[in-house]
Design a protein around this ligand. Structure first.
Ligand code: NAP
Length: 278
């Protein structure tokens, strides 16, 4: 067996809050691999040197988090077409010849998290409402389109950002005003919160669910807390809720596979290890 020591990590600024080391080091132990995953606090002015250093230091690659996701993409030798459309990367894989390949697994993580909770989930089951138009929304909306979504209602506090995404992504996506968010839920099969509202330290999302069918799935990208006020409200009226932990865990899987050679599984022990850090 090849017992090469494999190193990876996450570059961000700040980065100390990242749960990625807990996830990847858990899998390294679980699969008996020889390697480690570390934290790389990289200030924005040093991103160029840091990315160039990956090959020189012999790293298998790294995750890229805020604020480097867009800048890092510009420094890749090759970018996966999906990441290209997302306009940002969250994973770098150093190739055998030293070339840097960039990927974005956030959308995969989100879709997979829905399937983990509801294996028969389909993107074309009915209209989808997405709240927010930031980086997470971009990745999620593109993945929903690729999965065959037929209608996406995109609603953001700053309307022009929703308009810009709708224009870029084509006629499947229609932008609505923030004031229309309650009524936009009528007839929806899926509601997704990608705003920061409801996150620890932020106010709860101001949204009335009266119009949302109780058969609709409600997903929140937030994972701290695990049950946001939105998910609690949804559960109380009979909707199935999906929190953001599954997205976080699932986006890590293809990166781990690329660096360490094993497609890892999400076990109850891993979930517990992450929850213990909250
Ligand atoms: P972002 O690019 O900064 O976008 C933030 C979004 O929140 C924007 O649409 C913004 O609207 C909206 N927002 C901010 N304050 C608001 C308010 N007071 N009322 C209504 N909307 C408001 O951030 P992001 O990277 O997309 O992340 C968004 C959320 O997703 C965060 O909670 C993050 O933790 C979560 N996330 C989770 C995962 C995961 O793996 N589970 C991955 C990525 C992100 P404006 O355009 O009007 O400012």
């Amino acid at each position: 067996m090849d017992n090469k020591f494999v190193m990876a990590g996450v570059m961000g600024w700040p980065v100390t809050h990242s749960r990625s080391p807990v996830i990847h080091n858990h899998w390294i132990r679980q699969y008996g691999l020889n390697g480690t995953y570390g934290l790389f606090p990289v200030e924005p002015q040093n991103i160029d040197d840091a990315i160039r250093g990956l090959k020189a230091l012999g790293l298998a690659g790294c995750n890229i988090t805020i604020p480097h996701k867009v800048e890092a993409m510009k420094r890749m030798d090759w970018v996966d077409p999906l990441a290209q459309r997302m306009g940002a990367i969250n994973t770098i894989v150093v190739q055998a010849d030293g070339a840097l390949h960039g990927y974005n697994n956030d959308g995969f993580g989100f879709i997979q998290s829905l399937r983990d909770d509801k294996p028969d989930w389909r993107a074309d089951a009915g209209p989808i409402t997405v709240l927010g138009a930031g980086g997470a929304a971009r990745a999620i909306v593109l993945s929903l389109i690729d999965e065959g979504a037929s209608e996406i209602r995109l609603i953001n506090r700053t309307r022009v950002k929703a308009d810009a995404l709708a224009q870029e992504f084509g006629q499947v996506v229609t932008a609505y005003d923030w004031s229309e968010r309650h009524d936009a839920l009528a007839g929806c099969a899926l509601l997704i919160n990608t705003t920061n509202q409801g996150m620890h330290g932020q106010p709860d999302l101001d949204l009335q669910l009266d119009q949302l069918p109780t058969s609709a799935l409600v997903a929140d990208a937030i994972y701290i807390p695990l049950e946001t006020a939105l998910l609690a409200q949804a559960r109380q009226r009979g909707n199935t809720g999906v929190n953001g932990l599954g997205m976080l865990l699932n986006q890590a899987r293809p990166a781990f596979k690329a660096w360490f050679g094993v497609m890892p599984e999400i076990t109850p022990e891993l979930r517990q290890a992450i929850i213990a850090t909250f």
